[in-house]
Ligand binder design. Structure first.
Ligand SMILES: Cc1ncc(COP(=O)(O)O)c(C=O)c1O
Length: 464
């Protein structure tokens, strides 16, 4: 969408809301809210100036963390709805946007295979969505522990602290996935109420073998919660005739008890949009609470009756609703196409890194995170400290190149994670720093040869 079209749409939809508001009895905006136009100009100029301090998340040369701007249609819908500022806690606070929320949640549920009988809603974030799923898990299995891999997102540990649930950590295999043998051992204790699996770990983008974990967890009487905050939408690629991700774990989603997906990661949404889905709507009973000051306009379900949070932005629901109208959750169109480009970018880059003499992959990318490291020239047994130094130098030189900067991220990897894949590393330090890149913009696909040439050039320029 061209900028001029975006601005036209924005003006038209804001005017549309104005027209609705103008239909009500006119009133004077209170003097306390009035601002001098010069003051607004001044403040907004300062804001724009200060925003320049950011890295260019919008640009394919930013290939660091999970960051990118929302789709323009999400911005339009958000800005338009924000003018009314509905609150999806209760139908009295956000009638239209609560309905939109239920529609998008139904679409996400259909994508994961839950079908009609799901329960779910949007949340402020993946952290809150996971906290909520673990809160329900604890309510179902009070006194039992929660098992998760050593690669699970750090916020699960915090959530368990809040919920006062014991965590049992399951080691991962050399690909960063939950180790099945170790999980068997943990489940044999009989103490586990829930297994948290991750579909796309934050560090490596590893996808736990969910299809294999499910039957053993179920046999041990444990629930399975999927943290698919980052990787959930890759389910679309698993549904393709020729899947470009391993379909096994994604096909198992439908049997899992709860799933978290963050539309504000791969769903092109502004921050403030996570989602939690439950397979069994009967978990709704754990949410029962007394709220004598709300829920009085309708006997229909108010989303606040089935969510941990109280106020939630109706604008978030509207933005996701509009986005899915334009870019549906389909394997070969809409968001499926966007995800396919990102996946392709990761595969293409991995191929180039694999072919190069001095770069090595930490793991084969399973989604669209690429992690790799450089080894010193001619070093038969590179030391971990040498690799970390190369990582650091490439990271800084790439970012500080004023002509053609490239923004990457770094990751600290333990010897236990990497030694099986690269037995030649001499571990003079217990961890090694590697380069990590989330190629989560579809434009990355065309940019990979340039990105790769850039890291090669910076490596070649390092005097050892
Ligand atoms: C796998 C995973 N889970 C949970 C989270 C936390 O999500 P949020 O940042 O939306 O709170 C992240 C964030 O990167 C993540 O990658």
């Amino acid at each position: 969408m061209e900028r001029s079209e975006f601005l036209e749409h924005l003006a038209r939809s804001l005017e549309g809301v104005d027209a609705w508001q103008a239909g009500w009895e006119p009133f004077e905006v209170d003097a306390s809210l009035m601002l001098e136009p010069e003051r607004v100009t001044e403040v907004m100029s300062e804001l724009v100036e200060r925003l320049h301090e950011n890295y260019p998340y919008f640009h394919p040369r930013y290939a660091g963390q999970m960051l990118k701007p929302p789709h323009p249609v999400a911005m339009l819908a958000y800005a338009t709805t924000m003018q009314i500022n509905p609150n999806n806690h209760a139908l009295d606070g956000g009638i239209a946007t609560s309905r939109m929320e239920r529609e998008v949640v139904a679409e996400l549920s259909a994508m994961v295979g839950y079908g009609e009988t799901h329960l779910g809603h949007l949340t402020a974030s993946g952290t809150i969505a996971n906290l909520e799923a673990l809160w329900i898990a604890r309510s179902i299995h009070p006194g039992k522990a929660i098992a998760m891999s050593d690669q699970a997102h750090y916020t699960h540990g915090r959530a368990c602290e809040l919920l006062q649930v014991r965590v049992v950590t399951v080691p991962t295999d050399p690909n960063g996935r939950m180790h099945l043998g170790e999980l068997d051992r943990v489940l044999a204790s009989g103490e586990i109420g829930t297994v948290v699996v991750t579909a796309g770990t934050t560090a490596l983008g590893a996808v736990d073998p969910i299809g294999k974990i499910l039957p053993v967890a179920q046999a041990a009487g444990a629930r399975v919660h999927v943290d698919a905050a980052y990787g959930g939408l890759f389910a679309l690629l698993a549904q393709r005739e020729e899947p470009t991700v391993d379909p096994g774990p994604f096909n198992a989603f439908r049997e899992c008890d709860s799933i978290v997906i963050d539309p504000h990661k791969h769903g092109l949404q502004p921050y403030g949009c996570g989602a939690v889905l439950f397979r069994d709507p009967a978990v709704g009973r754990y949410y029962q609470h007394d709220s004598p000051y709300t829920y009085f306009t309708s006997d229909d379900l108010h989303l606040g009756e089935i969510s941990l949070e109280c106020s939630r932005a109706g604008a978030s629901a509207a933005a996701l609703w509009a986005t899915l109208r334009c870019l549906p959750l389909k394997p070969d169109e809409g968001l499926g196409l966007v995800l396919a480009k990102c996946r392709q970018a990761a595969l293409d880059w991995a191929k180039l890194l694999d072919r190069s003499e001095r770069f090595r992959l930490v793991v084969e990318p399973q989604l669209d995170i690429v992690s790799f490291y450089a080894v010193p020239h001619g070093a038969g047994r590179p030391r971990a400290s040498q690799i970390s130094r190369l990582t650091d130098t490439i990271f800084h030189r790439a970012m500080e190149d004023t002509e053609n900067p490239l923004y990457l991220a770094k990751l600290s990897v333990k010897d236990t994670q990497l030694s099986a894949r690269d037995p030649k590393i001499t571990w003079d330090e217990p961890t090694v720093s590697v380069l990590r890149s989330v190629v989560m913009k579809p434009e990355h696909a065309a940019m990979i040869p340039t990105i790769h040439a850039t890291v090669e050039r910076h490596l070649a320029g390092i005097e050892e």
